[in-house]
Design a protein around this ligand. Structure first.
Ligand code: ZN
Ligand code: ZN
Length: 280
């Protein structure tokens, strides 16, 4: 297996348990939460935790790793308190990543909740500039399904956020979620549509900016703006879409992370095997 593929795994019982869970699935890269995803709490890690985690990852050849930010973070919000809380939380996650030797922290840019697109994008850029991104960690903006006032559904919007920020652009990258792209209206199944999608990435953000892929199928039709993940091949993106995605040389070297649905049946192992099956 020369590709990097793994799953989002739980850290319950200690961060090194994530490596064991990944091993069971057969993954060689992975993603974790640094705390509890529906609360503001981010676990604090000691040097010892970091060393153990890294040793264990190296031993099992699981690299790189990603921390997914909590779902509460919203840098686009016009509300000062929520904005500040979001910055503090992301900072704690970035610090946890540095402590654990995790290469990437990915977050959903947020929703402007009525303040308007321009204001929302400006706010996101302002929030990014407040962060102190540690050395060896890259902050990734994830494309979104685009529901309601959520920002970041198009590559163009992600570009605006990155360009508005004054932070060294080397410290910022993008994570592409396939379910979100499909929900946002990108065509992933037809060869031509998929090529257009790649072209838009090239033109708007640059392929070198894409650091991680989230592989999720979608329960809903293209353009639905709904964020309902489905097992690989069982949804609207289907085998056809994933065949394009996992065989695109543009994505060849990227870590691919499965996030669907949980550690239940058909489960990550089957999803991972499905991806390997679609590889040509
Ligand atoms: Zn995702
Ligand atoms: Zn999603």
């Amino acid at each position: 297996m020369n590709i990097r593929i793994g799953a989002h795994v739980s850290i319950s019982g200690g961060v090194e348990k994530a490596v064991e869970r990944q091993e069971e699935i057969g993954g060689n890269t992975g993603q974790i939460f640094a705390g509890s995803p529906r609360t503001w709490s981010v676990s604090e890690y000691e040097d010892d935790d970091g060393e153990k985690f890294q040793d264990s990852r190296d031993e099992h050849d699981q690299n790189p790793y990603v921390i997914h930010s909590t779902y509460l973070v919203n840098l686009a919000t016009p509300k000062d308190e929520l904005f500040q809380k979001s910055i503090d939380c992301l900072q704690a996650e970035l610090d946890a990543a540095a402590q654990l030797g995790v290469e990437y922290v990915v977050f959903h840019p947020g929703a402007h909740t009525g303040s308007g697109r321009e204001n929302g994008i400006e706010r996101i850029a302002e929030g990014i500039d407040e962060l102190d991104i540690p050395e060896n960690v890259t902050l990734l903006l994830e494309n979104t399904a685009g529901k309601g006032t959520t920002l970041g559904k198009s590559m163009g919007e992600l570009r605006e956020m990155i360009h508005e920020a004054e932070t060294d652009s080397e410290k910022i990258g993008v994570c592409i979620d396939t379910c979100h792209a499909h929900a946002a209206g990108y065509e992933l199944r037809e060869k031509e549509g998929f090529q257009d999608f790649l072209q838009e990435i090239r033109e708007d953000i640059g392929l070198e900016k894409v650091k991680v892929l989230h592989l999720n199928d979608s329960k809903d039709e293209k353009g639905s703006e709904k964020d309902n993940h489905q097992d690989i091949g069982c949804g609207e993106i289907g085998d056809k879409g994933f065949r394009n995605i996992v065989n695109a040389e543009e994505f060849e070297d990227l870590p691919m992370i499965l996030e669907t649905p949980s550690e239940e049946r058909p489960g990550y192992k089957e999803n991972l095997e499905k991806i390997l099956e679609l590889r040509e």
